[in-house]
Design a binder for this molecule. Structure first.
Ligand SMILES: [Mg+2]
Length: 234
C-alpha cells in the first residue's frame, strides 16, 4: 500500500468555525435586505416570504444564492458579496474551537482553503483564527472560475481544474466540509471526503453515507481517521 502526501481542501464556514452562531444570521439579514430591494417593484420592497423562498430555492438549486441572482437577475457578484458580508464587528462574531492552528500543522500534506465565501471576509476570519499561514492557497468564491465563469462549489468542473493546476490525482485530495452536496460532487470526481457535523443541523446530513468516507463531529477528529482518508489503495 502506498502513502502519498495528500492535499486537504478545507471549507471555512461551519467546518473550521461556527458560522451558524452569529455570522450566518447576519448574512441572512443582509441578503434579505438586498434581495427585498432587488425583487421589489422599485417603490415597495418584496415581502419576507417571497425573499426567503427565492433565497432558499437558489441555494438548493445552485449551491449558492449568488449564482441564482447572477443568472436570473443580472446581479453583479462582487456587489452582492460585499453587501451580504457587511458586519459591525466580525471578530466578535467568530466562534471556533481552540487549537486549530496546531491541528492543521500536525495533519500531513498541504492545505488549501476552498470557500464559497468572498475573499475579504474569509481572509479576515482566517487571520482572526491565526490559520492563514497554514494554507498554501486560499481560494475564495471570486477565484472559483472555469473559462472566466464563476463555478463555486459544488462545481465538478472547478474541482477538476484544481486537480489539473496542482497536478494531483483526485484520490490524493480530501475535501473537508459540512455541506453534503459539495462532498457528493467531490466524491464523483474521485476525491476522498470528510463530513464535519458539529455546526450544522443533523437533518442536513441525510443521505450522506454514499458520498462520505469519514464522518467526524469536529475537524479535530480527522487525524484519527487518517488511514481511511489518505492511505486507501488506488
Ligand atoms: Mg460550509
Amino acid at each position: 500500500m502506498t502513502s502519498r502526501s495528500p492535499i486537504w481542501l478545507f471549507d471555512l464556514d461551519n467546518t473550521l468555525h461556527d458560522a451558524s452562531h452569529a455570522i450566518f444570521p447576519a448574512i441572512r439579514v443582509n441578503m434579505n435586505r438586498y434581495m427585498a430591494h432587488l425583487l421589489g417593484d422599485g417603490t415597495t420592497p418584496a415581502d419576507a416570504a417571497t425573499v426567503n423562498a427565492i433565497r432558499l430555492q437558489y441555494w438548493q438549486r445552485y449551491g449558492a444564492t449568488l449564482m441564482g441572482l447572477v443568472k436570473h437577475h443580472g446581479v453583479r457578484s462582487d456587489e452582492f458579496l460585499h453587501e451580504a458580508h457587511l458586519f459591525d464587528d466580525l471578530p466578535s462574531m467568530i466562534r471556533a474551537e481552540r487549537g486549530l492552528a496546531r491541528l492543521l500543522a500536525r495533519l500531513p500534506g498541504r492545505k488549501i482553503l476552498l470557500t464559497n465565501a468572498p475573499r475579504a471576509y474569509s481572509h479576515q476570519v482566517l487571520r482572526h483564527l491565526g490559520l492563514h499561514r497554514h494554507f498554501f492557497q486560499h481560494i475564495p468564491i471570486e477565484a472559483m472560475r472555469v473559462h472566466g465563469k464563476l463555478q463555486p462549489k459544488p462545481s465538478a468542473q472547478f474541482l477538476r481544474k484544481l486537480l489539473g493546476t496542482h497536478g494531483v490525482a483526485a484520490r490524493d485530495c480530501i475535501l473537508v466540509e459540512d455541506t453534503v452536496a459539495n462532498l457528493r460532487v467531490a466524491k464523483q470526481v474521485g476525491m476522498r471526503t470528510a463530513l464535519v457535523t458539529r455546526y450544522t443541523q443533523p437533518g442536513l446530513h441525510k443521505n450522506s453515507a454514499a458520498c462520505v468516507d469519514v464522518k467526524v463531529k469536529s475537524v479535530f477528529h480527522l487525524a484519527r481517521h487518517a488511514c481511511r482518508l489518505y492511505r486507501l489503495p488506488p
